[in-house]
Design a protein around this ligand. Structure first.
Ligand code: FE
Ligand code: FE
Ligand code: ZN
Length: 278
């Protein structure tokens, strides 16, 4: 099992790597820039080279870079849409400099804000076709969403449609967030195998590249998005531990996004690894 959590890069990549080791992680996620979308740090080539050596030496699973969650790649307002596209393109160019074989770039498909789901999907496809190209290394991941407000991507069919319509569809993957799918109405508590089978039928399990592991403060199918610590929410420890022990989830990078400090993450990582060892 490759498990880690969301870590801050504010103190530089060396500090991030130390934090990851301290908590027993062998993968991590980070924001490419502050989550509100401000300008990101531009790491030097030396800093990135050092990161590459660290990831190899410690046999880390691929790293997940998360786009600012305030971006709206299917915004109705031109400025908002242009901003999302500029940020995504510059993030992809940054990640392309990472001296690693594989790095993921995860983003929220966005909110169609009254334009309707079909128009939202069209704009997301247009965004991807503008910001991606075949020379860039990062593998772009669509995150499964809870469906709060007018969010696109809470149904597997919507993700499949984006993948089918993008000219780079063959390069796209999906990151499944346990809190989001549960709140979107996929019952990973009572029928985790069924949820994975449905994902396979509609999107294809070969597309599933990473997992966000979160408990939920909100009930099943609530279309809300509030993460809870593992075991303190409505999904609970057992179902989450069981879910990540299923094939193919168990071999993917698993990132916690629970409301924790480092010691809390260390405990959650240890408990997931211990469950697997049983
Ligand atoms: Fe996210
Ligand atoms: Fe997430
Ligand atoms: Zn969330």
């Amino acid at each position: 099992m490759h498990i880690g959590c969301h870590l801050s890069v504010a103190g530089g990549y060396r500090q991030l790597c130390e934090d990851a080791l301290t908590i027993g992680a062998d993968t991590f996620q980070f924001f490419t820039r502050n989550p509100r979308g401000g300008s990101g740090r531009t790491p030097s080539d030396d800093e990135l080279a050092e990161l590459g050596v660290f990831l190899r030496e410690h046999s880390f699973a691929p790293t997940v870079a998360h786009a600012p969650y305030t971006l709206n790649p299917c915004a109705a307002v031109d400025n908002t849409l242009r901003f999302a596209r500029e940020v995504m393109r510059s993030d992809l160019e940054l990640l392309d400099r990472f001296p690693v074989d594989r790095v993921y770039y995860n983003f929220h498909p966005g909110s169609h804000v009254g334009q309707g789901i079909e128009r939202g999907i069209e704009l997301i496809v247009e965004t991807l076709d503008l910001v991606m190209d075949r020379e860039l290394k990062p593998v772009v991941l669509l995150e499964t969403m809870s469906g709060k407000g007018s969010e696109v991507g809470s149904r597997f069919e919507e993700l499949a449609e984006i993948i089918a319509k993008s000219q780079y569809g063959d390069l796209l993957g999906v990151c499944m967030d346990t809190c989001h799918v549960f709140c979107a109405g996929y019952d990973i508590v009572n029928d985790p195998e069924g949820v994975l089978a449905e994902f396979d039928r509609i999107v294809g399990l070969d597309r599933l590249k990473a997992i966000h592991l979160n408990d939920s403060m909100m009930p099943f199918a609530s279309h809300k998005d509030r993460h809870a610590k593992i075991g303190e929410g409505t999904i609970r420890f057992g179902p989450l531990a069981r879910f990540v022990s299923l094939e193919p989830v168990r071999s993917l990078p698993i990132e916690l996004e629970t409301p924790n400090e480092l010691d809390g993450y260390a405990a959650e990582i240890a408990s997931m690894r211990a469950y697997r060892a049983e």
